[in-house]
Design a protein around this ligand. Structure first.
Ligand SMILES: [Zn+2]
Length: 197
């Protein structure tokens, strides 16, 4: 038996492409994962608010490269340092400020949750559609989130169970629920397929 992903859509977030900034904002913070699209750069450049910043987040294991002149308007930061700097960044933001997020779906929701914890309102946080089909999945056995999964059957990074990836998205976890595929018969491993949007 092969689960049909397309017929089980229940709680997947819907994302609309955002092409322009909200007018009359007093501070726009553009947060991008790994690279910055032309769309985000254009929105940043056309944004006329008094304060704005464009941050490219890289993983804590990567080195920051700053040689490209075209990237000079982009501030590169490692994830850990960026999260640490957010309280100070947000202290300058008012209710009319906006954060524009771009990256993988897992990244979007990780940053979203951090911004909410730091006092931003959901309406202030604007997400672009995820740049990949990868998903973060929540393991119901060990409660671990495995990030960046791209197959419908994937291994939990903690307990190593084989998990089927559902279309049930939890905003609280910022991840999709999953369930073990071979709970009754360890040898019953279904065909592994790439995830689609
Ligand atoms: Zn697990």
């Amino acid at each position: 038996m092969e689960p049909d992903v397309s017929s089980r859509v229940v709680s997947r977030p819907i994302y609309d492409q955002v092409k322009s900034v909200v007018p009359l904002s007093d501070n726009n913070l553009f947060i991008c994962e790994g690279s910055v699209s032309e769309q985000q750069q254009s929105m940043y450049l056309h944004s006329e608010c008094p304060k704005k910043s464009l941050v490219c987040i890289i993983s804590d294991h990567q080195n920051i490269q700053t040689e490209s002149a075209a990237d000079s308007l982009v501030k590169c930061q490692k994830m850990g340092g960026f999260i640490d700097s957010l309280p100070q960044k947000l202290s300058f933001m008012t209710l009319s400020s906006r954060a524009y997020l771009e990256g993988s779906e897992g990244f979007l929701w990780r940053i979203y949750r951090v911004l909410l914890e730091l006092g931003m309102d959901p309406q202030q946080i604007i997400m672009q559609p995820p740049v990949t089909n990868n998903r973060d999945i929540f393991c119901p056995h060990c409660f671990t989130i495995t990030e960046g999964v791209n197959k419908t059957v994937s291994e939990c990074r903690q307990c190593e169970r084989l998990l089927y990836v559902s279309d049930h998205f939890s905003k609280r976890h910022g991840a999709y629920f999953s369930y073990q595929v071979n709970a009754e018969d360890p040898n019953d491993i279904p065909e592994i397929k790439e995830l689609r949007r």
